[in-house]
Write a protein that binds this ligand. Structure first.
Ligand code: AHR
Length: 801
C-alpha cells in the first residue's frame, strides 16, 4: 500500500564524457594576493601540548587535575614509597603545585614516572634536555636519576643529578640516546635509591626542536607546515581566543616570559593549556616559516555568552593596543621593551589584526559597538593596520571580513562559486576557517575533492578573497586526544602525516601564479541522479530538553502511522540524546547538540507529520525530522534554532546542515504546548506552528557540476597554471583551450591526486594519497586531457605569445 503513495522524482541526463575548459590567457585579471595561502591555529586536539610544542612531559606543572597527579605514577622497584599532589609554591614563579615523592625503603629504586603525551618518543642519536625544580628533605643524600625507559624497562637514555638542596631550585641534565630504533611508547622516570622525600615540579624534557629554539616546536610538523608555503598565521584563532569565560580567554600577557611564570589556563576544548606556546612562541613560529602574524585580539566576548561593552571594555581595548605594541614596537616602547627582554629585540611585521572570533554567536548584538571601540582605538594609533571583523557590522566599515565554512563535500562543491558575485566594493574577505567535514580524524579523498573545488573558487576570486586558511590544522590521533572530527595534519608522539587535503594545499600553494586568468568550465553533469523525496521521520533537540506527544503521519487523509507514546517507544531508534517516555510523551533530557530519535518507513513519500511539542528548558526549541534516509541524510525543521532566534528547514548531509528556504523570526516559549506540522508534497515542504504557515521551501535536487577549475599566469608571464578538480565518478575528457596564446611547449609538468573516495592517510599509511608528478605530452594552445574520476590536477604549461 505504501508504494502507492511514493513520490519519487527522477532527474536524468546523458552520461558525460567530455567538455571544455577555456582559459583567457590574453586578458589577465587582478593579481593573486601574496597573502592568499595561510594557516589558522589554536589549541584544539592537542595541537600544541602533545603536538607542535615539543615538550614531552605531560602535566609538567601538576595543574591538570586538582585532585591527583594525573599522568604520573609511582615507580617502585623492590622498595616502598608514595606519591602525592602537594601545594608547595616555588617562590617567584607561578608554580604552586608539586609532586611529593616519599621514599621509605629505596630497594633498587623508588621514583615517579611520566607517561608523556601518549608515550615518550625517542630517536637514534638524539640529544634531549631535561630540567626540573626540586627540593629534598634534610639528610637526603642521593642523586636523582633520570631515565627514558621502554615498556619492558630497558633504559634508552639516562642522566643523574646530584647535590639537590633543601630549597627549591631548578636543575637540568642532558640525555643522549644511542644507536637505537625510534620508539614511542616509553616513559620518563625520576628516581633515587636513597630514603627521604623529594618535591618536584615543572619537570620538562625537550628533544631537538625546529631551528634549535629553546622551548621550541616539533621538527617534523614545522617542516610539514613549511611545505604548505604559508604566508600568514592567524594566531590564536578559533574558540581558543575567546575561552569559555572571560577568565579563560587567551590572555596573552600571561603567556610571556620564562615558562615558570606561566600559569597555564583552561582551554575551551576540555583540557588545560600549559601556555608553553605563548605569544612570543607564536611570533617566532611565524619568523621561522617566513609568515606574517594575523593577530587575533580578544574582543570582550566569551563562548558562554559573557561579554563586556562600553567602559568595561576599555581595559580589553588597552590590552589589544599593548599586544600590538609587543608585536611591532621598538625596544624603546613599553611593550617592545618587554619583548626585547623576552629575547626578541627586533619587532615583527604586522598588517592584519582580527577583532574577536565568530562574533555572530554573540546574540546580545554587542559586536557592532565592541568592534567600533577596537576599530577607533587601533586605527587612531596604527592607521596602517588592516582590521578584520568576524561578522558584518554597521558601525564601521571593516577592511576585511572573516568568513567560516564547515560543510559536506557536495555543499562545498555546489558553493565553490560563492564569491563570483560578491560585491567588489564591500570589505575584502578572509576565509579564516573552512573545511569539508568528512573523514576522521583527517579528511578522506572525498573531502579533499570538495576542499579542492572550494579552493579553486577562492583562488578565482582572490581579488576579494585576500587570505584563506583551513581549520583545524592539527590533530593528535591517539584515542581521546581529538575534539574536532576532521583536521588537516595528524600525528602521534613520533610520526606525522598530511591528509589528502594537506597535499591539495601544498600543491596549490606551490603552484600559484601572479595574475588570475578567467576560466570557463563547460562539462555537463551526466550522472543519473534519483532524488527521492521520501524517508522516515524523527524528533530532536539541540542543547534543549523537550517532550513530544500525539504524533501522526498522514497522506491525503489516510493515516500511515500514529503514535501514542503512553504505549512506549519500542519502534523508535534513539540515535543520540537521553530519551525516555513519561505522561504519554517522548522526552529528551540530555544537553547534547543534535539529539534525535527516529522512526517510520524509508519508503514514505508525500506526507504530513503532526506532533505536539513542549520545551522544558535549554537553549533552543524543536527539531522535526522528515525524509530521513539514514543518519547522514535527512531533512529537519529547526523550530527556534540558532539559539532560539530563527526557524527554518535544513538539509542534513553528513556533518553539514544546509539551511534551505527563508528563515522565520520565530522563537519558542518554555512550558507551552505547540502544534507542529510538516507537510511534504513532491519537492514542496511547508512548516506550520499552531496552524500558521511559518516556513516554506523546496527540496532541491540540483545536479552537481563534475569539474571545477582555476587558472593563473606566472609573474614572468610565460607559464599558465591550471588547477582542475573532477569530483565525479567518471573520467572526463576535456578540451583545454588557452585563448590568446601563440604557441606552447609540447610537454607540460603536472601533478595529480586521485584514489577512492574513502581513501585517507594515517600513521600506518602516511602516503596512501599523495600527489603524483607526471608530464603531459602533445600540449598545444588547444589540447585534450583526460582528468581521472575523483582527481585533483595541477598543470604548468609554458607559453609563447
Ligand atoms: O576550528 C574549530 C572551531 O570552529 C573554531 O575554534 C571555531 O572558531 C569554529 O567554530
Amino acid at each position: 500500500m505504501l508504494t502507492a503513495i511514493l513520490a519519487l522524482l527522477t532527474l536524468t541526463s546523458a552520461p558525460f564524457q567530455s567538455g571544455t575548459i577555456v582559459v583567457n590567457v590574453d586578458r589577465p585579471g587582478p593579481n593573486i594576493r601574496p597573502t592568499f595561502f595561510g594557516l589558522m591555529t589554536e589549541e584544539i586536539n592537542h595541537a600544541y601540548d602533545g603536538g607542535l610544542y615539543a615538550e614531552l612531559i605531560r602535566n609538567r606543572a601538576l595543574k591538570d587535575d586538582p585532585a591527583v597527579p594525573a599522568h604520573w605514577s609511582l615507580v617502585n622497584d623492590s622498595g616502598s614509597g608514595s606519591i602525592t599532589l602537594a601545594d608547595d609554591a616555588v617562590p617567584g614563579t607561578k608554580l604552586s603545585k608539586c609532586l611529593k615523592l616519599g621514599i621509605d625503603k629505596p630497594g633498587t629504586r623508588v621514583g615517579v614516572a611520566n607517561e608523556g603525551y601518549w608515550g615518550i618518543p625517542v630517536q637514534p642519536n638524539e640529544h634531549l634536555r631535561a630540567s626540573f625544580y626540586a627540593k629534598v628533605s634534610p639528610g637526603f643524600s642521593g642523586p636523582i636519576t633520570l631515565d627514558i625507559e621502554s615498556p619492558s624497562g630497558k633504559v634508552l637514555a639516562s642522566a643523574s643529578v646530584s647535590s639537590i638542596g633543601a630549597d627549591w631550585r631548578k636543575y637540568s641534565a642532558d640525555l643522549r640516546t644511542g644507536d637505537l630504533q625510534s620508539s614511542k611508547d616509553n616513559r620518563f622516570v625520576l628516581s633515587s635509591n636513597q630514603p627521604g622525600t623529594i618535591w618536584l615540579t615543572q619537570v620538562s624534557l625537550f628533544p631537538p626542536s625546529f631551528k634549535g629554539r629553546q622551548n621550541g616546536n616539533r621538527i617534523d610538523l614545522m617542516k610539514k607546515l613549511g611545505a604548505m608555503h604559508p604566508s600568514f598565521l592567524r594566531l590564536p584563532g578559533g574558540n581558543y581566543l575567546e575561552g569559555d569565560t572571560i577568565a579563560d580567554r587567551f590572555n596573552w600577557k600571561a603567556t610571556l616570559g620564562d615558562i615558570s611564570q606561566r600559569d597555564g589556563h583552561k582551554c575551551p576544548w576540555g583540557y588545560r593549556s600549559t601556555d608553553g606556546l605563548g605569544l612570543l612562541e607564536y611570533l617566532e613560529w611565524c619568523e621561522d616559516l617566513h609568515m606574517q602574524p594575523v593577530l587575533a585580539v580578544y574582543a570582550g566576548y566569551s563562548l558562554r555568552g559573557e561579554h563586556v561593552t562600553g567602559s568595561e571594555l576599555e581595559p580589553f581595548v588597552k590590552d589589544a593596543l599593548d599586544e600590538i605594541e609587543y608585536v611591532t614596537g621598538g625596544p624603546n616602547t613599553t611593550w617592545g621593551a618587554v619583548r626585547a627582554k623576552d629575547g626578541h629585540p627586533k619587532p615583527f611585521p604586522l598588517t592584519y589584526v582580527e577583532v574577536g572570533n565568530e562574533d555572530y554567536f554573540d546574540r546580545s548584538g554587542s559586536y557592532d559597538s565592541r568592534y567600533a571601540q577596537f576599530y577607533d582605538a587601533i586605527k587612531a594609533r596604527y592607521p596602517k593596520l588592516q582590521l578584520i571583523a568576524t561578522t558584518p557590522v554597521k558601525s564601521r566599515k571593516p577592511d576585511v571580513l572573516d568568513d567560516h565554512y564547515y560543510r559536506s563535500a557536495t555543499a562545498m562543491e555546489r558553493d565553490s562559486g560563492h564569491y563570483d558575485t560578491y560585491d567588489r566594493s564591500g570589505p575584502k574577505i578572509f576565509v579564516g576557517e573552512w573545511a569539508v567535514i568528512d573523514g576522521r580524524p583527517t579528511p578522506n579523498l572525498r573531502a579533499a575533492l570538495g576542499d579542492a573545488a572550494w579552493l579553486t573558487g577562492l583562488e578565482r576570486n582572490s581579488d576579494v578573497v585576500v587570505m584563506e586558511s583551513y581549520a583545524p590544522l592539527f590533530v593528535n590521533v591517539n584515542p581521546g586526544a581529538a575534539q574536532w572530527p576532521t583536521n588537516l595534519i595528524g600525528y602521534d608522539d613520533l610520526n606525522s602525516f598530511g591528509s589528502p587535503t594537506y597535499w591539495v594545499q601544498c600543491l596549490f600553494a606551490q603552484n600559484t601564479g601572479a595574475a588570475i586568468l578567467s576560466t570557463k568550465v563547460d562539462v555537463k553533469a551526466a550522472e543519473t541522479k534519483a532524488a527521492a523525496f521520501q524517508g522516515g521521520i524523527g524528533l530532536g533537540t539541540y542543547r534543549t530538553h523537550a517532550e513530544y506527544k500525539d504524533l501522526s503521519v498522514t497522506n491525503n487523509g489516510q493515516t500511515l502511522y500514529s503514535k501514542d507514546f503512553a504505549a512506549g517507544s519500542a519502534d523508535w531508534k534513539m540515535v543520540r540524546g537521553t530519551w525516555s517516555v513519561g505522561d504519554g510523551a517522548l522526552r529528551q533530557d540530555g544537553n547534547q547538540t543534535n539529539a534525535r530519535a527516529v522512526a517510520g518507513d524509508p519508503a514514505w513519500g508525500n506526507y504530513t507529520l503532526e506532533v505536539k511539542a513542549r520545551k522544558l528548558s535549554g537553549a533552543e526549541g524543536f527539531m522535526v525530522l522528515f525524509h530521513y534516509t539514514n543518519d547522514d541524510h535527512y531533512w529537519q525543521w529547526n523550530v527556534g534554532g540558532w539559539n532560539d532566534s530563527l526557524t527554518a528547514f535544513q538539509h542534513v548531509d553528513g556533518q553539514d546542515a544546509e539551511e534551505v528556504g527563508k528563515s522565520a523570526d520565530v522563537k519558542v516559549e518554555t512550558g507551552r504546548w505547540y502544534d507542529l506540522k510538516v507537510e511534504a508534497k513532491g519537492d514542496l515542504i511547508r512548516g506550520f506552528i499552531d496552524g500558521k504557515l511559518v516556513s516554506e521551501a523546496h527540496e532541491e535536487a540540483v545536479p552537481l557540476a563534475p569539474v571545477y577549475a582555476a587558472a593563473s599566469l606566472t609573474r614572468s608571464g610565460d607559464e599558465v597554471i591550471l588547477k582542475a578538480v573532477n569530483v565525479s565518478d567518471d573520467a572526463v575528457r576535456v578540451n583545454v583551450s588557452l585563448e590568446g596564446v601563440g604557441a606552447v611547449e609540447p610537454v607540460a609538468q603536472a601533478w595529480e591526486i586521485t584514489g577512492n573516495l574513502e581513501d585517507h592517510n594515517s600513521i600506518d599509511q602516511p602516503e596512501k594519497i599523495v600527489p603524483r608528478a607526471f608530464t603531459i605530452e602533445g600540449v598545444s594552445p588547444s589540447f585534450e586531457h583526460s582528468f581521472p574520476a575523483h582527481s585533483i590536477t595541477v598543470m604548468r604549461v609554458k607559453i609563447h605569445r
